[in-house]
Design a protein around this ligand. Structure first.
Ligand SMILES: [Zn+2]
Length: 445
């Protein structure tokens, strides 16, 4: 509940390094507050219980007025100083437009609901995380330790500066509080070297993702499907199997580590969510995408994992009916069965329908491999028609021993007329023996 208009603060302290919004307020409370968490909440957010939402307090627009905009605008604060800022690049363009329209007015349903992430089953973690070495450094450099925003991001479990597992604070009451060495616990087992390597990649990917303007989840999904096929988890001819996906993920070091967590994220260890995620059903959450991505590409270098995530089309690929995907391997740039569907169809629209795509999507994919829909078909259709026509003449001759040239003209009209118009030399070659027979007969009479 918001109360009253924001009164601009007499003095607005600057940001303390990479601290989160919650951290700034806890610092302010410690230094300038009167000891009442309620009063600090009302003063800065117009909400007495603002300290409950540690990932992004309600009433941020009130905070922007109270600080005279010196610390940033509402979208900037959400994006750069709140852990849920990581959600924003994952929004579809439609959701993003809706989100931006609601941003200024969003004081009702809360940020997570506004971001459309509440169906994931992963309640946003209000558990704050910190690194013991970072706190030691803060205490040595300044009087006040801080909650670092990168440590609060979903999937960020390792301090990248000190290469150590983060401690988690389980708050028993709602207050504005700064970190100290003994406030938290290790809520996951200390990772094995193999698990540590993957967790490091995961933490880096989370921080990379948080700075991306937009992530194309459609392309990320297709790329993930491609890689699953590459690894033999799904196959070209079979739909994704929930069981196979689950057993693939359960065998990963990441799953083994997640199983040890005493936090809501441990529910992800079983891998049963992957099937729904890839099918685009409810339950989307950035944490799931980050975990899946790192599990898929943990064999790659960090830079490559990140590049693939921000521009999945940098690796050419093809999706088919959403079932699975192929890497482009043959000279045409397309798997032969897909090429056959495209070239064999009467129109590009027919081909798109057969492939379960819109014409626009098909044209777009063809352009990615260097040809628009029309030129792709024109350039390659002729050889296909030629082969089809020659084959139909050959099979007619094989099925009718002793047939004459006249029979061919009568029974294979379409093939004959196409070959005579487009490739007379092929027609001559296909019917060479019959032409010779026909000449012999003419000589006899
Ligand atoms: Zn650290």
């Amino acid at each position: 509940m918001q109360q009253g208009l924001a009164q601009e603060l007499a003095f607005v302290p600057d940001w303390h390094g990479d601290e989160s919004l919650y951290s700034w307020v806890a610092s302010y409370h410690e230094t300038y507050g009167n000891g009442s968490h309620r009063d600090t909440g009302i003063l800065l957010f117009g909400a007495a219980h603002a300290c409950k939402e540690r990932d992004a307090p309600p009433g941020i627009s009130h905070f922007v007025s109270a600080t005279g905009g010196h610390l940033g605008s509402l979208p900037e604060l959400l994006r750069k100083r709140c852990s849920i800022g990581l959600f924003i690049p994952f929004l579809t363009p439609a959701k993003r437009t809706l989100f931006l329209a609601r941003v200024e007015a969003a004081n009702g349903p809360g940020w997570v609901a506004t971001l459309g992430m509440s169906a994931s089953g992963l309640s946003p973690s209000s558990h704050l995380r910190y690194c013991e070495s970072c706190i030691d450094e803060d205490l040595a450099n300044t009087r006040l330790p801080r909650w670092r925003r990168p440590h609060q991001l979903a999937a960020s479990w390792i301090c990248l500066e000190h290469s150590r597992l983060l401690k988690t604070t389980v708050h028993r009451s709602f207050t504005w509080v700064l970190p100290n060495r003994s406030i938290g616990e290790y809520l996951q087992a200390y990772p094995t070297p193999a698990q540590y390597e993957v967790l490091l990649k995961l933490s880096r990917l989370a921080q990379f993702a948080a700075f991306q303007p937009h992530l194309d989840l459609g392309a990320i999904r297709q790329s993930a499907l491609c890689e699953l096929r590459q690894q033999g988890v799904s196959s070209w001819s079979h739909p994704l199997s929930k069981e196979r996906l689950t057993s693939w993920f359960c065998a990963s070091p990441l799953a083994a580590w997640l199983k040890t967590a005493q936090t809501p994220e441990s529910s992800l260890a079983a891998g049963t969510w992957i099937h729904d995620l890839l099918r685009g059903r409810r339950g989307d959450h950035p944490l799931k995408w980050l975990i899946l991505w790192v599990a898929l590409f943990s064999h790659e270098q960090e830079a490559s994992i990140q590049r693939r995530f921000s521009s999945p089309w940098s690796e050419p690929q093809w999706d088919f009916l959403g079932q699975s995907s192929l890497w482009i391997g043959d000279p045409d740039g397309l798997p032969s069965d897909i090429s056959h569907v495209i070239l064999g169809a009467e129109t590009l629209a027919d081909a798109a329908q057969k492939l379960g795509l819109t014409v626009g999507a098909l044209r777009d994919r063809l352009e990615r491999i260097g040809g628009s829909g029309g030129s792709f078909r024109q350039g390659r259709q002729k050889p296909l028609h030629r082969v089809q026509a020659v084959n139909s003449i050959h099979s007619f001759i094989a099925s009718r021993p002793g047939c004459t040239l006249r029979d061919i003209h009568r029974e294979c009209k379409a093939a004959v007329s196409w070959l005579r118009a487009n490739s007379p030399e092929d027609f001559a070659a296909a019917t060479q023996k019959l032409q010779a027979d026909s000449r012999k007969q003419m000589r006899l009479f």
